[in-house]
Design a protein. Structure first.
Ligand code: ADP
Ligand code: MG
Length: 446
């Protein structure tokens, strides 16, 4: 049994995913125990276990790690049936060769094949590919940094996979900085420092993920520094990630910072629309097998790519949730359904684009007066731009139809709905309108 603070994990999860999701998915779970890197959670039924594993697995692991429980996988047990387990985020252990030091198996989902490359991440991808060739070390370390959910961990696992295939002779070790800390502290406590040193210094490739977690942990930093130097002296490749550039990690000793800066430092930029759409298409292909029979109408992926702008993990979680719910209720996924069942995510990533901003931009674009757009006149030259503005308000903000109606000169919500439908029709048949919409959307979103 483990004495990790599960209540704290729950509190953190609630803050991360909102009260509604929390109540549905996390509240019913309890932590049964942990062994060999696997946390065992009890769920009321297989569906909850399955869904939580896919949707929140990474987050739960993250928060468990933060509470000092070094696990890499979750397994769900169904209450009342202690022998049934459902693998949630658990992945099949495929390779068990000489080249890993057992601990964290790379996640089978995170390969170069499943990594979608776009402008914001092409450099990080190219550098990772180079390291994964396993040739002579040309830059050390490779330092990857960027905001949460932009693909750092994915790339590190992809490197581990590829090295495993190309250079099975190499010992590759991937750890999160949390695990490094945990292991270090355990080794101190159990008087096993020699084992610890031996373990970390006998690798050929060392990857440490999320190094910012070493902030303020001086004795762990000290040990990390020695490990780092010992490996660097032997010309071993290191791959380090953080959510910031080395210089911006505050409570990290200067000597570590300067070591980290001597290699190749590349950042993953926030995603752009094209990359997000590319990722969604790739994920869709994967989900087809997991949820056979679920259909997604055209426009849904575009909608998600527009509205969920920063974090790929959230984007992926949103698509997963749509699939899971659609397969549960046997429905086709539409934009309306997405708006309903993702309202929490959409609200959180709302860029606070206002209805007023949209109205102003559209009236400038069509060169009409704002007062005319909001006024009662119904001539075509005013009505069309007005409907375009209504459509953009509906699609780019989370305001309801009555709210939008009020801001369009107190119009009724059915008028707004009619306008939105009209534009939906026109954008299929009228290329001028669809060009206008695209142009305006871009202008408003940047
Ligand atoms: P980070 O470590 O930077 O916080 P992760 O590597 O954990 O982010 O990525 C979060 C999720 O988003 C993962 O499921 C990952 O597979 C996915 N992801 C991120 N970037 C891409 C990409 N370019 N192509 C495909 N999936 C991606
Ligand atoms: Mg990560």
């Amino acid at each position: 049994m483990t004495n990790v603070n599960w209540d704290q994990v729950k509190t953190d999860m609630r803050a991360a995913i909102g009260a509604g999701n929390f109540k549905n998915w996390i509240e019913p779970l309890s932590l049964v125990g942990a062994s060999e890197g696997v946390a065992h959670l009890a769920a009321p039924n297989p569906f909850v276990g399955d869904y939580v594993g896919k949707t929140y697995g990474d987050q739960i692991i993250y928060h468990l790690n933060r509470q000092g429980l070094a696990v890499q996988r979750l397994a769900f047990e169904i209450e009342g049936k202690p022998n049934t387990t459902v693998n949630g985020a658990a992945k099949p252990t495929v390779r068990k060769p000489t080249n890993t030091l057992a601990d964290a198996q790379p996640d089978q989902r995170f390969t170069f094949d499943s990594f979608v490359v776009g402008k914001p991440n092409e450099l990080a991808h190219a550098a990772s590919k180079r390291v994964a060739e396993g040739g002579p070390v040309t830059f050390n370390p490779l330092f990857l940094y960027g905001g949460v959910g932009l693909g750092k961990t994915h790339l590190m696992h992809a490197i581990a996979h590829e090295l495993g295939q190309r250079r099975p002779d190499l010992n590759v070790l991937y750890v999160s900085a949390d695990q490094f800390i945990y292991r270090f502290i355990s080794a101190l406590r159990d008087r096993k420092m020699m084992d610890f040193k031996q373990h970390f210094r006998s690798v050929d490739v060392l990857m440490v993920d999320d190094i910012q977690f070493l902030e303020g942990k001086e004795s762990t930093q000290e040990e990390f520094f020695h490990t780092y130097n010992a490996l660097a002296d032997q010309g071993k490749q290191m791959i380090i990630s953080a959510d910031r550039a080395p210089g911006e990690i505050r409570d990290l000793s200067e000597r570590i910072k300067s070591r980290l800066q001597c290699g190749l430092v590349v950042d993953l930029h926030p995603t752009d629309y094209e990359l997000r759409l590319g990722i969604l298409h790739a994920k869709q292909e994967m989900f087809v097998n997991v949820y056979p029979g679920v259909e997604i109408v055209t426009g849904v992926l575009e909608f998600l790519a527009h509205r969920i702008s920063s974090n790929v993990r959230v984007l992926e979680g949103a698509l997963n949730r749509l699939y899971a719910l659609a397969s549960l209720v046997g429905r086709t996924v539409t934009v309306e359904m997405a708006q309903d069942c993702l309202s929490d995510i959409l609200r959180a990533s709302d860029r606070k684009l206002t209805i007023e901003e949209i109205q102003r931009k559209v009236s400038e674009h069509y060169d009409i007066r704002l007062s005319d757009m909001l006024g009662p006149k119904r001539t075509r030259t005013l009505a069309r731009p007005r409907q375009v503005a209504m459509w953009l308000c509906k699609r780019l903000t989370s305001r309801s139809l009555p709210e939008i109606g009020r801001k369009f000169g107190k119009r009724d919500h059915t008028t707004i709905m009619h306008g939105v439908r009209k534009i939906d029709e026109l954008r299929q048949s009228d290329s001028q309108i669809s060009d206008d919409l695209e142009l305006l959307r871009r202008a408003l979103e940047h």
